[in-house]
Design a protein around this ligand. Structure first.
Ligand code: NAP
Length: 251
């Protein structure tokens, strides 16, 4: 066990799977007490059980980031069961790929914007008081699509560009309160989010061919940078976007 996040109370959304799970486990392994929150309550409990097995401390909870009352309830639960949050990771997200004229595109647009963009706002708002109290750290999970686009994903691209904009805007607004706000931009990471797409298309091969490190990422690849941005090691870093994409954006 490390000590980089000793004394911290960290909230990770979408922590019942993939990248969120890896970050939650990584934070707990560095000494943070972690709130594992996900719309998939069973996934969240599974992550909490993994953390306990590893000797860490966490509480799990159901959370729908699109529902402001659910976000407020989570903030109350964190305060009651762990104390004032000092780290927030806005990680929960969904993806759906289809052309803009496809049937269902309107629903996809609404859902993706609600979860991936408005959800980040909702959870951040709910935790502002404890984050101010603790001079906290916010880590938003963007994407390579915060800068570029990949096929048939207009809504996702808009939402992830928005996450980057929100990160910069809040870094400026909350910096005087001592809150640091940064983003991580994963490349292709092998998680349940894209499992079907990877299985049924040559998407992974195309990404890898365009990735200087010549591999796809694993969820654990995101944990280290997320620990860095939450810890005192990044004490003068705010408003930054940390690409964790094997170099994809350099080409
Ligand atoms: P994942 O394995 O599907 O995990 C995302 C988790 O968020 C799931 O447990 C999901 O639950 C949950 N979630 C969905 N809607 C939610 C809501 N309304 N409220 C709370 N939780 C919700 O995906 P991942 O790959 O780890 O993705 C995590 C983040 O990384 C996302 O923001 C994604 O956009 C971003 N990202 C991923 C990649 C990649 O290649 N994997 C690349 C760039 C960025 P359900 O399973 O029930 O939907």
């Amino acid at each position: 066990m490390g000590t980089l996040l000793e004394g911290h109370i960290a909230v990770v959304t979408g922590a019942g799977s993939g990248i969120g799970r890896a970050i939650a486990k990584g934070y707990a392994a560095e000494g943070a007490k972690v709130m594992v929150a996900d719309i998939n309550a069973a996934g969240a409990s599974e992550t909490a059980a993994m953390i306990a097995d590893d000797g860490g401390t966490s509480v799990d909870s159901a959370l729908d980031v699109t529902d402001r009352s659910s976000c407020a309830a989570l903030a109350n639960k964190v305060m009651a069961e762990l104390g004032p949050a000092s780290v927030l990771v806005n990680n929960a997200g969904i993806v759906r790929r289809a052309p803009i004229s496809a049937q269902g595109a309107d629903q996809d647009w609404d859902d993706i914007m609600n979860v991936n963009a408005t959800g980040v706002y909702n959870v951040t708002k709910a935790f502002l008081d404890p984050l101010r109290e603790n001079k906290g750290r916010i880590v938003n999970i963007g994407s390579i699509q915060s800068f570029v686009h990949t096929g048939n994903a207009a809504a996702y691209t808009v939402a992830k560009h928005g996450v980057l904009g929100f990160t910069r805007a809040l870094a400026a607004e909350l910096g005087p309160d001592g809150i640091r706000v940064n983003a991580i931009g994963p490349g292709l990471i092998r998680t349940p989010l894209n499992a079907e797409n990877r299985a049924n298309t040559d998407m992974e091969a195309r990404f890898v061919a365009q990735t200087p490190l010549r591999r796809a990422g694993e969820a654990e690849d995101i944990a280290g940078p997320a620990i860095f941005l939450a810890s005192d090691m990044s004490g003068f870093v705010t408003g930054a976007y940390v690409p964790v994409d094997g170099g994809y954006l350099t080409l």
